[in-house]
Design a protein around this ligand. Sequence first.
Ligand code: EPS
Length: 403
Amino acid sequence: MIRFLTAGESHGKALVTIVEGFPSNIPISKTYIDHQLKRRQEGYGRSARMKIESDSVQILSGIRFGKTIGSPISFLIENKDWVNWQEIMNAEKKSFSQNKISVPRPGHADLVGTTKYNFDDSRNSIERSSARETAARVAAGTVARKFLEGFGIFVGSFVESIGGIYSDTDYFVQLLNNKSLTKKSGQDISINADKSSVRVLNNTHEKKIISKIKSAKKSGDTLGGTFVLVATGVPVGLGSFMHYDRKLNSDIAGEIMSVNAVKGVEIGDGFKTAEEFGSNVHDETVLEQNKFSRRTNHSGGIEGGITTGLPVIVRAAMKPISTLSKPLNSVDLSSMKKVSSRYERSDFTAVPSCAVIAESMLAWVLAKHFLIKFGGDSIEETKDNYNSFTRKYYQRIKKGFKK
Ligand code: EPS
């Protein structure tokens, strides 16, 4: 079983990731991890902080001569902004009372964190709940991504809407019905989306969104949005219905929901199916090129908690960033009086970044279930197991499932 941990505060010295359980001999480079880290930092509407940070990973262990060696992999990503925060984030000195934060921002983790952890300074809560931590997750997710790519599995995403501005073309519905997706389509979708400053798939849509973000900026407000994740080349048989915690869909929902500010997740067109007759929703089974397929993909590539072999398609919703320069009402925790909430530098929208982070989490879940099914201490062993399963699967289809 693979696992990872992250550590680090938003304005602390650095972020740290420990990744454990991957087989040996997976090729992976610093350049590839840095490329994914950079993708996470892009997007119109991010804060001035993104001009300070240019994330780059230091590989501390677990990778030798460009390949995993089976030992725990550890990464360090420096926070360049730390030099400006050394006093406030000092590990040893006494705190300065003038720096204490006592006014929670509505919608942020400030109040719940300050309450739960018995703080008198919300800074302690702000720092770890910040989405800065997701840089460390992308580093972990990139190991998973690289592992999957070795099996022809590609994870990508695009932004579907920001602030309720959708494209005239419904790419999400097109994906659910698209029979011509190839193994690399997941990657191709991301390559196309990455060309746009808000990670959408057409120019007119991009322009409309940028103008909406500009209006949010002007009025001191923020925006959320929706994005779509696609994994192509996923084999049949990942996940299980044998127990609730083995279902792939429940794992995907949990991990995507763990991304900061994500408030909703659906697999395939989950919510829409609730309004339809079964005959409009269930994907008819067909045999094509000696493989089971489905006429449509409303299920988002998962039936009974198990992959069908069709692309895994997930849609998620991110709420607007909760730091607004237009203040909402709050309560000062030192005086217990009603006050306007405080502002500190933040993003106006981060939906494009959120989609990249969610890609990493989806890659992580798929790699986890891939290794549960195929195992292996070295990538060669994993490949043997995978090839043997695939060979037997095709033989069964050729001969019929009768024993
Ligand atoms: C964040 C607030 C902003 C974002 C930050 C997440 O940081 P700051 O308070 O330093 O301006 O830039 O995101 C990142 C630093 C990042 O790397 O994604 C928040 O409150 O969550």
